[in-house]
Structure formats: structure tokens, C-alpha cells
Design a binder for this molecule. Structure first.
Ligand SMILES: [Zn+2]
Length: 547
């Protein structure tokens, strides 16, 4: 368009929401979010605050105001993607004011499928799910990335999703627009990582009675109204609505309100939208939730704030219990360990922010029958980040420790695994974590790697490490060498998230983007190699383990 209009004006004059023109009246807090139009936005939201509508309106606006705009929408599950595509985005396109979009952007031959849509101005939308690895997203090229329910997206998949924008500035609409949105969980969650790197803008309400600016929070809540934290004057109240049986309509009395950045210098714009802001949820409903929800749920879903009740499976105490200050690390199999089975675990990383580091752990059962870590190494800097260096070091240790079985993460290291297999044959095996495998462990003969149910096998490791009397022992004589292994275990958190079908909840192991957990996985792979080929066993049994 040649005439410069505010995004909000365009939105109000084009779109229909359930048959009525989209209106910002009563939703003033949304105006700034649309109009500031930054390259990257993080929306930290409570539930039911029109987050999906916001995403749909954003995508529909970009694709109809910018020619050749390539949008990529990503949500954790296939069902979430389908619902968004059909009942949000497609409806905005199909039913617009005066059929503006149908008349100007539709042509017979253009795709309007659930997972791919195109418009006559050359713009297109890809819609993809991303429950675990982002394999299905590789190869797409995009200008705009819209990640919904980002709190449930596997943290290590995000760099892969963002990789679709490698050519954002020189292809398609030649621009970049990213919107991450979701509901907070713990402080270690991805959404909090982005939030901390954003302007962290809060909506400020000014009391009409005493002019005190404030952020609406629990202290403002009363059973039937919101009051000023300073003078107790009414800010908003719920009045009976005759049209809604037994329900209340929210009436606000403050005129002045605005967004305030906590850190204006940040490039990513961050906005928190709590249920206390939205016009259709009354103070009575909020109070009802306040008195009936568990605290964590109230913070996450109503206030849109993180709450720390995520479980940390490994604490200082747990790790101290399994660390022997008199044990040193080894660089080769010596003494007792030179005649028994030793195992190696490898977790691959690129050594750049967000992808983690390559980590190698070597271990074996000692004379007491405990699983002893002989070597733990994180390739963390300089020449160590070089792939060839890592490979030569790994080959060296395979020899010096006479490793009987090495289990490596399949992930994006599969070319390296293939190379190792070529050198060491069946002594090297790869494992692929699956989020929803109906069995615990299976060897896929077609693909040539092990598939495990991620939460089940990791839970098994956690329980064994925590067990008393201890079943593991770590070499603590040189704490500096052991520290990365320790740090990577301390970084692990457990959260619950909906299963792929949404029918129940799954244990989910997470770590924050800023704190890698590769050492945890390498130690797990090392120990799990001893499950696949126990000491003394002659052959790997390629069978399905369901229990
Ligand atoms: Zn006041």
C-alpha cells in the first residue's frame, strides 16, 4: 500500500471477528503491540487473552500488506496447528469486511489448505507442528516466524525454526518479523529466556483517585473489584450483566494507562498480557480462580507470570552424594578398568548459543558394582569446537579406554555417528529420543538406530542417580574437570506438558537456553550403553523393550 496507515487502523477496517469488525475499544492494551511493529516480539500471556487471534491477525495483516511475505506458523502439536489454521486464520481470510480479502487476494488456482495457504500478491503461509525435533521444518524459507505456545516447544528446536529466516532480508518480502507467544511456566522455560532478553514491558494503570501508576497484581484484587494499591479507590468492578445469566461485566474507571518498558534498550519487544487486563473476564471470575487454583496455575494462567514449582531432579545434595573427592579422572583404561567393559556416551552440540556443546562421558562398573564416571569432557572453546578435533579426540578415547559400546545422540550429529560406525562397527550405536514412543526402547533396523521414549529412559536415569545407597560414583578429586558435568545436571528441570493428543500430561525434561544440559545426556547415554550391552554380554540384543 502506498498510503501509510497504522496497522491498527488497517486491522479495524479489514477484519471481522465472529461477524463483527475487529475493535480495539476496550482492548487498548493491544494497540501498542500491533502498532510498534518491531522485528521481534515476545508475548507472555495468561490463558484466554486472545493470543491466537492476535497471531492470526498478525499473519493476515503481514500477508495482505506486504507482497511475497512468507509466514511460518509453528505450534507444538498437529491438532493445535489445525485448529489455528481452520478456525482462526482461514476465517480471517474468508470473512473480511466487504469481502476485501476474497476480492483482492483470492484466485482459483491458489492453495488454501490447512498446512499451506497462498494469496494472489505472492504471500504464503506455512503451518507446521514442532513437538520434538524440527525435522519437518527444515528447508522452508520464511520472512515471518510465529511460534505459538512457545513454552511447550522443545528448546533445541528453536534454532532450527529460526534458520528458515537465513535469507529473510534478500528473499520474499525482504524483511523479518518474529512473534513468540505463550503462557509462562517455570523460570527455566524458553519463554522466560526470551522475556529476560526483551524490553519486558508492563501495562501501567493510573489510579483516577490518587494518580498512582501501578501494574495490576494480586494486591489490587478484591472479591468483586480491582482497587488502587495505594488509596484503595476502585479501578474496575464487575457489575451484573442482565444478558449473561449470573455473570458479571467488567467496567473500568481508569482513563490513563500505558505500556512501560523495563529495559527500553533491548531489541526484542516484550509484552505481558494478564487476564486482569482483558475486558471479558470480570474481577469476580478472577477472584474465583484466585481462591480455587493452585498458586502455580494462578500465576501462569491468570497473571501470565512464571512460577517456580518445576522440579529439579538433581540438586547439590544429590550430586555431592555420588561424588568421591578422592577419585581422579582417567585418560585411559588402567588397573581394574583395563580388563572390563567400558562405555562411552556422546551428546553432540555446535558450541554456539542455543545448541549446546559436544560432551563425552566414559564410565564403567567399579569393583563395588557402582557405575563410575572415568572421564567427563565438554568441548567448550577454541580449537575444541572444531568437528575434526572432536572426532579425533573421540577416536583416541575409544582406543585408550577400549570402549566396548559407545552410545551417541543421533540428532544433527548423524553424519558423525555414521563416520564413527564406519571405523568402530557395532561398537558405536546411535539413539534417537522420541517424545511419544509407545515402548521404552526399540532398535529400528531400517534406520539403523535405537529409538527411546525420552521421558521414560531419562526418568530411569534420574531415579538411579538419586537412589540410596548410591549406584553411581563421580571423580571429585579435580573439581574443575568435573564442574561441567555437574553444571549440566543442575540445569535440568522437570515440567509437565500436554501429550501430543492433549489427553493427558507428560513428564518433560527441560533446560533453559542459557544453561546447556549436554553433560546430562552424555552421562545418560554412557550409562544406558551398559543397559544395552551389560558387562560380560557378548552380543547386543536387538529387541523391543516395553517395560
Ligand atoms: Zn489511588
Amino acid at each position: 500500500m502506498s498510503v501509510q496507515v497504522f496497522k491498527t487502523e488497517y486491522i479495524e477496517s479489514v477484519f471481522l471477528i465472529e461477524g463483527s469488525p475487529f475493535q480495539f475499544k476496550g482492548r487498548e492494551y493491544l494497540k501498542n503491540i500491533y502498532d510498534c511493529d518491531p522485528e521481534e516480539v515476545i508475548l507472555k500471556c495468561g490463558r484466554q487473552v486472545e493470543k491466537s487471534t492476535l497471531n492470526a491477525v498478525n499473519i493476515a495483516t503481514f500477508t495482505t500488506t506486504k507482497n511475497f511475505f512468507r509466514a511460518l506458523y509453528v505450534a507444538p502439536t498437529n491438532d493445535q496447528v489445525k485448529v489455528f489454521s481452520r478456525s482462526r486464520l482461514q476465517k480471517l481470510y474468508d470473512y473480511s469486511q466487504n469481502n476485501y480479502i476474497k476480492e483482492n487476494f483470492y484466485e482459483r488456482h491458489l492453495a488454501r489448505a490447512v498446512f499451506f495457504k497462498e494469496l494472489s500478491n505472492g504471500s504464503e503461509v506455512n503451518l507446521k507442528h514442532c513437538y520434538e525435533e524440527a525435522d519437518n521444518i527444515r528447508g522452508i524459507s520464511s520472512n515471518g516466524v510465529f511460534i505459538d505456545e512457545v513454552q511447550d516447544i522443545y528448546v533445541d528446536a528453536i534454532p532450527v525454526i529460526l534458520e528458515t529466516q537465513a535469507h529473510a532480508y534478500d528473499s520474499g518480502a525482504k524483511c523479518k518479523r518474529n512473534v513468540y507467544s505463550g503462557t509462562p511456566k517455570t523460570f527455566s522455560n524458553t519463554i522466560e529466556y526470551y522475556w529476560q532478553r526483551s524490553t519486558m514491558s508492563e501495562y501501567i494503570v493510573v489510579c483516577p483517585h490518587c494518580n498512582t501508576p501501578q501494574i495490576l497484581h494480586i494486591r489490587n484484587m478484591r472479591p468483586d473489584k480491582y482497587v488502587c494499591a495505594k488509596c484503595e479507590g476502585t479501578l474496575a468492578e464487575g457489575v451484573p450483566d442482565p444478558r449473561l445469566e449470573g455473570r458479571f461485566k467488567k467496567v473500568t474507571y481508569y482513563k490513563k494507562s500505558f505500556w512501560k518498558d523495563k529495559d527500553p534498550d533491548k531489541r526484542i519487544r516484550g509484552f505481558r498480557i494478564s487476564q486482569l487486563l482483558v475486558p471479558w473476564i470480570s474481577p469476580q471470575e478472577i477472584w474465583e480462580k484466585y481462591t480455587s487454583y493452585p498458586t502455580s496455575q494462578f500465576y501462569n494462567e491468570v497473571l501470565g507470570l512464571p512460577y517456580e514449582d518445576g522440579e529439579k531432579p538433581f540438586t547439590e545434595v544429590v550430586l555431592k552424594r555420588i561424588t568421591d573427592p578422592d577419585l581422579a579422572m582417567y585418560d585411559k583404561a588402567e588397573g581394574y578398568f583395563s580388563n572390563i567393559y567400558t562405555y562411552m556416551g556422546i551428546d553432540w552440540g555446535l558450541g554456539i548459543s542455543g545448541t549446546g556443546y559436544t560432551f563425552v562421558v566414559v564410565g564403567a562398573f567399579n569393583q563395588e558394582g557402582k557405575f563410575q564416571v572415568l572421564l567427563a569432557h565438554r568441548f567448550s572453546r577454541g580449537a575444541e569446537l572444531d568437528k575434526d578435533y572432536q572426532m579425533s579426540k573421540i577416536c583416541e578415547w575409544m582406543h585408550t579406554f577400549r570402549v566396548r559400546l559407545c552410545l551417541a545422540d543421533w540428532g544433527f550429529g548423524h553424519d558423525r555417528v555414521t563416520e564413527l560406525k564406519r571405523i568402530f562397527g557395532t561398537r558405536v550405536q546411535a539413539m534417537y529420543y522420541s517424545a511419544n514412543a509407545g515402548y521404552k526402547l526399540k532398535y529400528d533396523h531400517h534406520k539403523g538406530y535405537w529409538i527411546s521414549n525420552r521421558s521414560r529412559v531419562l526418568t530411569e536415569y534420574v531415579l538411579d542417580v538419586r537412589e540410596m545407597p548410591t549406584k553411581f560414583v563421580w571423580p571429585g578429586a579435580d573439581m574443575q574437570r568435573l564442574q561441567p558435568l555437574k553444571d549440566d545436571h543442575l540445569a535440568v528441570q522437570i515440567e509437565y506438558r500436554p501429550t501430543r493428543t492433549g489427553q493427558s500430561e507428560d513428564l518433560f525434561f527441560i533446560h533453559s537456553v542459557a544453561t546447556p544440559d549436554d553433560g546430562f545426556h552424555a552421562a545418560f547415554y554412557c550409562w544406558y550403553a551398559s543397559k544395552i550391552l551389560p558387562p560380560g554380554a557378548l552380543k547386543i540384543p536387538f529387541i523391543i523393550v516395553t517395560k
